[in-house]
Design a protein around this ligand. Structure first.
Ligand code: HEM
Length: 414
């Protein structure tokens, strides 16, 4: 099988439950050219070097929505203006330095260790409330009943979104997550839907920020809106809204998948579930290993700004490059026995949160959410069992995780 056919097979829905054997074959050609000109990079060493290479850009603008309708007012005036506005709403995950660094610094300032630490207790309360709601059930769907609502509530709490608006946020987050997923961004219908959602959430955020300015309270959104940088003043409204939306979107589906993949892995390795129940202090190591073994983000795409030579292959200027992070995190040249789930691993510098200048800003919060969620589930679900050996997955190959995870239980422990 050629490397080209191989990546197409990785993207196909059939491979979703277990893409890892295909990654192992892919790694035999660590930098592989596809027939459409894209390069797929799959070894730990090559991914690491490219994550730190400034010649790779994250500025992959979405496909333009401009279509000739024959109406000159729409084609020449309205649509180009709309398009320009949308281009300005570009979150910093899709920007390069120096713009990227300026915006990221502001967000990092808001992710202070005290604020993140304070989220542990709040996350515990959210997790236990969700489990309480499952009392007197014989079966739960872990995704719908637990993993899905938990991160939205956490992000709303962090940003300062009123509780009553949360259900609306769940729907928005789901649609917008597809805009971050490289294999769903090219679907034009889907892209249009995301734009409509983005317009709705922007209007909502704008109104909320105005209300917060009138009645200030300590939260991340107000912090971002009011902070005056000594060098370039306040954040403009485009950046403010796209940053708030990015935090919601980047922090939602990823965390849902960490919790769901985590529980699925524990139910497939009951000895570790038992250990976690008996020793919750092992949660940080366990979450770290999950981020390597079953990561929520499997790949990210970049664009080569210049010709780059790596692993004896020349990647031409202007070509898209897929960094197959999940294949790198299972590379036997970096991790002994990589297909074994081993929370006691000595050195675990995986690519679960990416690396270098786009390294996940929410990583400390995501770790807390993963730890709290899995400890609570391990302690409180009585005799949990998988109902299906292989769950149904979301379509995305990059943001990979089960759509449902039915679990049979004998009750909820108080
Ligand atoms: C388990 C959960 C999570 C995983 C696996 C994850 C994974 C990642 C990865 C792989 C990247 C790098 C993207 C790239 O290189 O293009 C990233 C970036 C990012 N993540 Fe996360 N993330 C998680 C949770 C969160 C949370 C909770 C937040 C915020 C509330 C967040 C906010 C961000 C942001 C803003 C970026 C862009 C950083 C930049 O471009 O400088 N993430 N994340």
């Amino acid at each position: 099988m050629s490397q080209d056919t191989l990546f197409a097979r990785i993207l196909a829905g059939k491979s979703r439950p277990n893409p890892y054997p295909l990654y192992a074959i892919m790694r035999k050609t660590p930098v592989a050219r596809q027939t459409d000109g894209t390069y797929v990079v799959s070894s730990y060493d090559a991914i690491y070097r490219l994550l730190y290479d400034p010649r790779l850009s994250s500025e992959d603008l979405p496909p333009p929505l401009l279509h000739w309708t024959g109406n000159p007012i729409k084609d020449l005036i309205i649509d180009p203006i709309k398009e320009q506005i949308r281009a300005r709403h570009r979150p910093f995950i899709f920007r390069d330095p120096p713009d990227h660094d300026v915006l990221r610094r502001r967000v990092m300032r808001e992710f202070s260790p005290e604020r993140v630490r304070a989220m542990r207790g709040k996350t515990e309360k959210i997790a236990h409330d969700l489990i309480d709601n499952c009392q007197s059930r014989e079966q739960i769907d872990l995704v719908d009943n637990f993993s899905y609502p938990l991160p939205v509530t956490v992000i709303c709490e962090l940003l300062g979104i009123p509780r009553e608006d949360e259900p609306q946020f769940q729907g928005w987050a789901t649609q917008l997550a597809t805009a971050l997923d490289p294999d769903q961004r090219s679907d034009e219908e889907n892209w249009k839907k995301s734009q409509i959602t983005f317009d709705q959430i922007s209007a909502y955020m704008q109104a909320l920020i105005d209300r917060k300015r009138a009645d200030p309270q300590e939260d991340m959104l107000l912090g971002l809106a009011t902070y005056k940088d000594p060098s370039d003043g306040r954040m403009n409204n485009y950046d403010l809204i796209s940053t708030a939306v990015l935090l919601l979107v980047a922090g939602h589906e990823t965390t849902v998948n960490l919790i769901t993949n985590g529980m699925l892995t524990l139910l497939r390795h009951p000895e570790h579930l038992e250990r976690l129940r008996a020793t919750p202090a092992m949660a940080p190591r366990l979450v770290e290993e999950l981020l390597r073994y079953e990561p929520p983000v499997h790949y990210r795409t970049r664009l080569a700004l210049a010709e780059i030579e790596i692993g004896g292959v020349k990647i031409p200027k202007g070509t898209p490059v897929v960094l197959l992070l999940a294949a790198g995190s299972r590379d036997p040249d970096r991790f002994p026995d990589p297909d074994c789930f081993d929370p006691d691993r000595e050195s675990n510098t995986h690519f679960g949160f990416g690396g270098s200048l786009h390294y996940c800003v929410g990583a400390p919060l995501a770790r807390i959410e993963g730890e709290v969620a899995l400890v609570a589930l391990a302690r409180r679900l009585l005799n949990p069992r998988l109902v299906e050996t292989v769950p149904r997955y979301h379509p995305g190959a990059s943001l990979r995780g089960p759509r449902h995870l039915p679990i049979a239980i004998d009750g909820i422990i108080d």
